[in-house]
Every structure is written in C-alpha cells, then in structure tokens.
Design a protein around this ligand. Sequence first.
Ligand SMILES: Cc1ncc(COP(=O)(O)O)c(C=O)c1O
Length: 332
Amino acid sequence: MNIPKRIKFANLPTKIEKLERLSNELEKNIYIKRDDQTGTEISGNKIRKLEFAVKEAVDNDCDYLITCGGIQSNHARATAAVAAKLGMGGYLVLRGTEDNKVEGNYFLERMLGANIQFVTPDEYKNNRTKIMNDIKAQLEKEGHKGYIIPEGASNGIGSIGYYKAMEEILEQEKEMGIKFDAIVVTVGSGGTYSGLYYGNQIKNNSATIYGFNVTADKEHFQKVIEGLLQEIPIYTNKEISANRDNIDIIDGYVGLGYALSKPEEINFLHSFAKLEGIILDPVYTGKAMFGLVKEIKKGRFDKHKNILFIHTGGLFGWNSDQKGLFEKVYLE
Ligand SMILES: Cc1ncc(COP(=O)(O)O)c(C=O)c1O
C-alpha cells in the first residue's frame, strides 16, 4: 500500500479525553478526540486533509490554492492560512455577498489576505467547479499556477488525512488500554468519514463508524462517501469493498438547515460546555453531539461500550446570529 507524503501543519497526535460527567449521566464511556486542537488558524479536521492536498500542490509547482465554501467555511479559512504560511496566494469562492458581516472565519480570511469571489447559492450549487476553473485559467494568464481543492478538501487525497487519523486512534487505543467500538463524526462534505471508514477496513478494525449529517440527507452522503472510498485507492493502490448500505449515517439532526440553529440546540451546547468545559461549534460538532446524546437515550448505541466522538473544530463558526440566540436562551 502506498501512502502519499504530506506537509506537516497539524499538532498531532491530538489528545483523547473522557467526558466524565456525560458518561456518568448516560451510563456509557464517552471519549472525545480533540481535533479542534490541531492548531489555531489552521485548526480542526480540515488541516489533516490539507496536509496531503497541499503537498500535491507544492510538488506540482503551484503558487495559488483555490477552494470554495460557505461564508463561514472552516475549510476556506484553513486554506487561506496555509496559503499565507507557505507564501502562496489563496483564492476563495464563497457563497455570500459583500454585505456579509466581517466576522468569524470570513474575518480571518480577510486578515490572512485571501482573494475572495462571492457567488449566489445557485451559482455555488451548480457552477462552483467551473468558477474555480475559470479563476485557475485567469491566474495562468497572469503567469501563476493554481491548484484547486474541492469543498472541504473532500476528495481521494484529502481523505487520506483521516486514514492517518485512524492509525493515530489505534495507537492511542494501545497506549490507553481501551478499544473504541463506535467512532462518531460530523458529516459535512464526507472526507472525514471516508478516511476513517477506509482506515477502519484496511486495519481490520471492528469499530462502527457513525456520521451525523449536518446538511442534505443520509442517501446523499452514502452515495458521496461510496464515491470517495473509490477515489482513495487511486492514491494508495489498495481497494476496499465499499457498499453504500454499510455506511452508517444517522439522519435527523440537520434541524433548521445548514448553519442554522434552534434555541434547543444552543441550549444543549450551553449545558454541554458547563458540564465538560468544552465548547462545540453550532454548525457541525454541536449538531452531532446533540444527536449522539439523543440517540444514546433512544438506545441506538446500546451495543456499544466505548464511544469516541471526534471534535472536528469549527469554533470560529459561531456567528452573531447564533450568539444572539444564545443571549436569548441564556437570559430566559
Ligand atoms: C468543524 C467541522 N467539523 C466537521 C466537518 C465535516 O467534515 P467533512 O467535510 O469532512 O464531512 C466540517 C466541514 O465540513 C467542519 O468544518
């Protein structure tokens, strides 16, 4: 098996902690892997994927990283930070407008000097690849070489970051004398789940990998992840049997929609923070942890003893709408 090389950006390995009080409350052993602590500007799960993608860009003599995302995309922010760190240019195609508040990830992208092109939700949905290709062509005319990273760095090369994370978890299991029988992660574009699933199979590990989708639905992500699992072997030369029916996506926690929060969810994040001293983000990890607690209570995790939740970061994603909702919930 071949594992492509990477450029090391992330602080690894990330620690695994037990959520003592939540575990007591739910009568389960629940652990959290702190991938939110992979760094500061280049933090969260995205950096594990970018380590591999950006190495490919550098090896191909590219001097611009081009990518896309929502206005508060953690991935776009991490890409802007990596570009600045390597002295490259960053180009972001963002779903938003000039009128968006300069806050959170968008603020950091501006601080980091990324070029930004705003597109409408329709253009983003139907045309983002063409728009990125047009930017690449324009840069070429100006004597540059661009490297396109798809949404969330969720492609074959990016997913390898989470294959490596699975290796890291197996090492930590040995050190801790523990076997995680369920690994839980948020699904936004699918690369994190794909890498973990691929690693779990390659290493003949018996954990079940669960994904909570925060946009679209279960069928959409089973298809996307099945495709990613076929793309990883282009780089590794090792195929696995990937059948979409075995991809465990737990649907039902998208709530009001992508990046929109309900008071009930904000309330949960407040309780969780007070209980464990850990802040989750409202767009990704918050919805997944909210779902996990509900599903444990419903009995879906009855067959599992040791559950590992991956905190994939996203704290810069707290925006003023959610903060306003928090104030409302808090003051009530
Ligand atoms: C903080 C955070 N957690 C989880 C995810 C989901 O990961 P993936 O896109 O690999 O499914 C994302 C991005 O989509 C994210 O920014």
